[in-house]
Design a protein around this ligand. Sequence first.
Ligand SMILES: Cc1cc2nc3c(=O)[nH]c(=O)nc-3n(C[C@H](O)[C@H](O)[C@H](O)COP(=O)(O)OP(=O)(O)OC[C@H]3O[C@@H](n4cnc5c(N)ncnc54)[C@H](O)[C@@H]3O)c2cc1C
Length: 497
Amino acid sequence: MKSANVAVIGAGLGGLAVGIRLAAEGCRVRVFEKNGRVGGLLGSTERGGFLFNLGAEIVTAPFLFDQLFESVGRRRVDYFKLIETVPIFQALFPNGRRFAFYPTQEETLSLNVFWEESDQGALKTYLEENAVNFDSLFFDYCGRVVDERFLAFRNNAWFRRLDVNQSCYELGKKTFAAPELGALFGFWPLLSGGDPRRSSRLFALLPELFLRWGATVPIGGMNRIVDSMAQLFQEMGGEIRLNAAVQNIQIMNKRATGVRLRDGSIQQADIVISDVDTLTTYRELIDSDRTKYESVRLAQERTPGMSAFVYFIGTKEILPERISLAGTNILFPENYEAYLDDVFRWGTLPDDPLIWFRIPTKTLPDQAPAGNESIIAIVPVPNTLGGRVNWAQQSYAYRDLILKRLGSLFSVDIRSLIATEFYIDPNGLAGRVGSYAGALMSSLPELRRDGQLRLSNRSKDIERLYLVGAGAHPGGSIPGVLLGAENTAEMIKIDFA
Ligand SMILES: Cc1cc2nc3c(=O)[nH]c(=O)nc-3n(C[C@H](O)[C@H](O)[C@H](O)COP(=O)(O)OP(=O)(O)OC[C@H]3O[C@@H](n4cnc5c(N)ncnc54)[C@H](O)[C@@H]3O)c2cc1C
């Protein structure tokens, strides 16, 4: 293990995190990244004096970064700083109702208006039950290697008692009398690319993540985080090769032996770790008869999750604010069911979409020129698999629709205030990080897959091939990917002890 030669495909969060841990153990680790910079979906860009985060904005469970840096003898605060956003998020409904989620249960229960009397008590019970169940989910389920011990855990009493086959959407509807709260507290799977109606209620434990550790944003943008990680990786002796796309994984006698780069060169390795979307990895990067492998078949059975249209706006003025919009804002559509059907059933472009948007300058005014404001709107839309949306033709009109919805919220014509703007559609997302069908977080979380069980961090039948990142156990988002990278490094240590 100590002198193992490791090839990591992709310098996204997962690739860098696992690389840091293995390099610190003394392995020779090389990361091959197809793009000209590190970070994958984590990154930021500057346009006309505005700083925009290109994908993820919010860091939850920041202690996982602290632990990663501490595990190799460093302090995270010496590399990058995080600042809290309050409220954490706020839901805005078409009938004018709104509900905000604060860093403590007490604030959330006392600072909101409950439209139905029973809902305050219902929310208290919902959050208290979450607090009890959360440790098992986060530390035992997510923070654990998927192997035989994990399978035993799946059969344990806690897991079975939780009725993981109930959908998150159903749980929300049953718990709350007000339909708005039902929709909001059943909405969480959308953050992982899944249909709330067909994703496990395990996702309902997500608000506890916010209550325990808050929601933070990095000062200086997401590039600060990924550049810090790249620096740390190099300090541990790791090597990063940019503009080095991997063509395929070399396999001999069912064992990964290295990678072939697109320039034709072969890079031998004792261990190969892919941070590329697991669906892309198994469907496109396996360089031998794919039908031979059960792990490939398992990946092929999976459907990619939804994608997103991400729209970035810099305005010439500060937006008029009727209500505080400091956190993440979730603007619900008039007909939520029809919207979910458009995205997950018909694969068509919703004309009344759910929009989650942030105004980063409300927390960090320095991220725009003085007197200006930035807005980032993320609209969950169908992945590109069905091919029913022609993004080349429809993107511009879609941007218009988002402007109208946001404009009516602010009672202002945002079009007249635009200083700079750009957007990334599902094809852009797929091109940027190689995600299959432009899926936001790899495969669709589905009820029939034991809640949200993802593909294992160790290939079932291709020896010495490991997987990290949003598509592998335990799943997407910054905390999920960091836990998965830690699990994988641990697994490799055990496998090669
Ligand atoms: C719009 C959006 C908003 C989000 N918001 C949040 C948020 O607020 N909070 C949160 O916690 N999470 C959020 N997420 C999710 C989070 O960003 C991701 O789950 C996480 O960054 C994924 O990391 P990853 O390791 O899976 O790798 P990716 O980011 O997918 O990186 C994979 C890397 O592999 C490289 N690569 C691909 N193919 C090849 C190849 N053939 N050869 C070499 N390199 C290759 C890519 O270029 C890329 O650098 C958001 C995601 C999106 C898209």
